[in-house]
Ligand binder design. Structure first.
Ligand code: ADP
Ligand code: MG
Length: 706
């Protein structure tokens, strides 16, 4: 570990100074800060408020408006705790007084709060104002105790920042600490955005921006500050993305050619006509693969739009030119499914065996079998290897890998993409995703890729009807499922967790499986699948379900990606409020894949307006793009995609949806720079290069000298 000399930090950057040396922090609180992702002074200055409260002119209690979210301050008249005879919950009621008016604030199951709400102290509460039995009240408001003399300046009479907290750190402490930190270090904030850009767009300098984000004088000041910080973040990130694209596409790669006759033969090999979208995308890929520079392309298409077939086209093109290809899937089940689909295409004569010699490589392939397969991959005896992460294993060496397909991109990161690409010599890369990504976000996150979209489903698919029920009506829903099973359909039942837990009051897959088997569905064949099964076990279950030996399959979200059993027509999702919309959409995509209509049943107790809205939107449409837009607006990209989505970790502050105009400006400027100096080698761009190498190390790895 580097020891940091607190006396000598003038020469250090703020990211070198441990939070522990900030006044009032010390080693114990340092640990608490770590939970907030704050380790250094820089982290702390970039720990932004999640919202603000306007405490410049607080509304006196008698003037509160019922039904609105408001902030009040008042003196604590008294507090009382009791146990509800009805719900058995602990109830704490505190009455605040201000300007002759009274407000009752109620919290549940937090008996320790009693220690804070001492009579005579002052409290600030934020929440929705209700009227109950002629009394004003707030249920579970956010709260703070204000010590009148001590730093009232930071907590009252101004626009007050509200930070994300962790246990042991209060709003007041955080405000005080950040304020102290600003006073001490603000002059050391490095202004990294080039001055000409700052002038051109009249952006605040960094010191003013950071100050105004934490302690805004006015709301427009806060907005300007965020604008500047977001601009900077977009700008550097976009340069990184573009520079990487240029660094890849400027290298020599494989040229794959296919004659028109060969392409027609491929398309004509299937028992159905390709959709117009498939034909168009195949042409896009064909042209791109014909170039002798590497392809980097994102193939986006809703579930069931026929992406696999398009990918297979690329694999055939590679094989025709004497090269190898691989398809990497995020799970064993999916890899196997791809393998089965593609071998079936060959068996059924849609492709000829000489088109593709296919092999499957997952962690289930071991010992002699694995060695043999490795040998075949090395010698070029197989053309296409389908697999999981195992493909990236150290022992895997291709003879001449020219085409790489990565399925379900959001499960993999950029690093893995690079690792797999390294198995070849600048291979063409096709990334497939079923997550609908609106164009804006696509440009931000994947600006380094070309985009192909399958915006059409093959004809003759059934439609899926979706119905929402409250938890209390689960029995009725099971009866509906029974009816469907009796009619000979197969069904999935999905739960958010495998095992029951004390912390979460949720039905779990295993418990319900046992219950269904013995009780509710005992006259049917019930199966269970989840991510903790051994690959072989999961495979057996999936095969049994496919072959109709299981009627009802209880599952966790392992089903989410790509499972294709056309006969399964019914899906019941319990605790639907626990899933993101993107996840629900993927899950629902598992049914209605055959000719018959599908039925999707949701059981949910939506506790917040957000989740109610989300579920309503989900019931009302099956259009993946509409659903995505909706979720992105409500929950933001991080939660829509999950935390590991590439590009979203990189953007800490800026939001491509709400700040589209800023993004576009930043992107223009980034393109102007990357266009003339992609490796950032010119004297005047050196500094930008350094910043990007520091902020986005995986993006500019091999461009320019470090
Ligand atoms: P995706 O991966 O995009 O969800 P798949 O590639 O798994 O979709 O295709 C879903 C199903 O549709 C497969 O059984 C596939 O054979 C079939 N399919 C693909 N293209 C067509 C088409 N043009 N017409 C009819 N069926 C198709
Ligand atoms: Mg698929």
């Amino acid at each position: 570990m580097n020891s940091i000399n607190p006396i000598n930090f003038k020469s250090r950057t703020l990211s070198d100074i441990s939070i522990q040396f900030v006044k009032g922090v010390g080693p114990a609180r340092k640990k608490l800060f770590e939970r907030l992702g704050v380790a250094t002074v820089e982290d702390l200055l970039y720990l932004f408020p999640r919202r603000y409260e306007d405490r410049r002119d607080l509304v006196p209690i008698p003037k509160l408006k019922v039904g609105e979210f408001q902030t009040v301050t008042g003196k604590i008249l008294g507090s009382a705790s009791r146990r509800s005879w009805y719900t058995k919950k602990h109830v704490l009621e505190v009455v605040l007084e201000d300007d002759g008016g009274h407000l009752a604030c109620t919290w549940f199951n937090q008996p320790y709060l009693l220690n804070y709400f001492k009579e005579g102290r002052h409290a600030v509460c934020y929440g929705k104002v209700d009227m109950y039995k002629n009394r004003l009240q707030m249920i579970s408001p956010e709260w703070e105790i204000i010590e009148e003399k001590e730093d009232a300046q930071l907590n009252l009479g101004r626009i007050v920042p509200i930070y994300p907290l962790t246990q042991g750190i209060t709003q007041r402490f955080l405000r005080k600490t950040i304020h102290a930190c600003l006073e001490r270090y603000q002059n050391q904030l490095a202004d990294e955005l080039p001055v000409p850009l700052r002038n051109k767009y009249k952006l605040y300098n960094i010191k003013r921006s950071i100050r105004q984000v934490h302690f805004p004088d006015t709301f427009p000041d806060q907005e300007n500050a965020m604008k500047r910080i977001s601009f900077e973040e977009f700008y550097f990130f976009q340069i990184a993305v573009l520079a990487r694209r240029l660094s890849i596409t400027h290298q020599p790669g494989f040229a794959h050619t296919m004659t028109d006759t060969q392409v027609l033969k491929f398309s004509g090999g299937f028992p159905f006509a390709l959709t117009r979208a498939q034909k168009r995308v195949i042409q896009e890929i064909r042209q791109d693969m014909a170039k002798d520079t590497p392809m980097l392309r994102l193939l986006q298409g809703d579930v069931g739009s026929g992406k696999t077939l398009v990918a297979v086209f690329g694999c055939v093109a590679a094989a025709r030119n004497g090269f190898q290809s691989c398809v990497m899937a995020p799970t064993e089940i999916l890899a196997r499914q791809h393998y089965e689909n593609i071998t079936r295409m060959i068996e059924q004569g849609h492709l000829t065996p000489s088109d593709l010699r296919v092999a499957l490589l997952t962690s289930a392939v071991t010992g002699k079998e694995k060695e043999k397969l490795y040998g075949q991959i090395r010698s070029g005896a197989v053309d296409l290897v389908i697999g999981t992460h195992a493909l990236m294993g150290g022992g895997v060496a291709f003879k001449n890998l020219s085409f790489v397909v990565i399925d379900e991109q959001h499960k993999f990161g950029v690093r893995q993409r690079a690792l797999l690409a390294e198995k070849g010599d600048n291979p063409d890369i096709l990334i497939m995703t079923a997550t609908p990504i609106p164009r804006t976000l696509c440009i931000t996150l994947y600006g380094d890729m070309d985009l192909s979209v399958l915006d059409e489903l093959p004809p003759g698919r059934g439609t899926v009807k979706t119905r929402l029920f409250p938890q209390g009506r689960a029995g009725e829903v099971y009866a509906l499922v029974r009816e469907q099973l009796k009619a000979g359909r197969q069904a999935y039942v999905v739960y958010p967790i495998i095992e029951e837990s004390e912390k979460l009051d949720l039905k779990a897959a295993r418990t319900m499986f046992n219950h269904f088997k013995k009780e509710t569905f005992r006259d049917f064949r019930v199966g269970l699948i989840h991510g903790q099964l051994k690959p072989k076990e999961g495979q057996t279950i999936m095969e049994e379900f496919k072959n109709g030996k299981i009627d009802l399959l209880v599952a966790t979200t392992v089903l989410e990606v790509g499972i294709d059993v056309p006969a399964a027509g019914v899906m019941l999702i319990e605790h639907a409020e626990r899933f993101g919309l993107a996840q629900l959409h993927q899950l629902r995509g598992r049914i209605g894949r055959g000719k018959e209509d599908g039925l999707c049943l949701l059981v949910a107790d939506a506790e917040t307006d957000d989740s109610r809205q989300r579920l309503k939107a989900f019931v009302s449409t099956t259009d993946g793009f509409k659903i995505a837009q909706h979720d992105l607006e409500i929950r933001g990209p991080g939660r829509y995609f999950g935390r590991h989505q590439h590009g979203l970790n990189e953007l800490k502050v800026a939001n491509p949806f709400t700040q589209l105009d800023i993004l576009e400006l930043a992107r223009q400027e980034a393109a102007a720079l990357a266009g003339v100096d992609p490796k950032l080698e010119k004297e005047q761009n050196r500094r930008v290069g350094e910043i990007i190498r520091k902020r986005y190390p995986t993006y500019l790895a091999d461009a320019g000298a470090g």
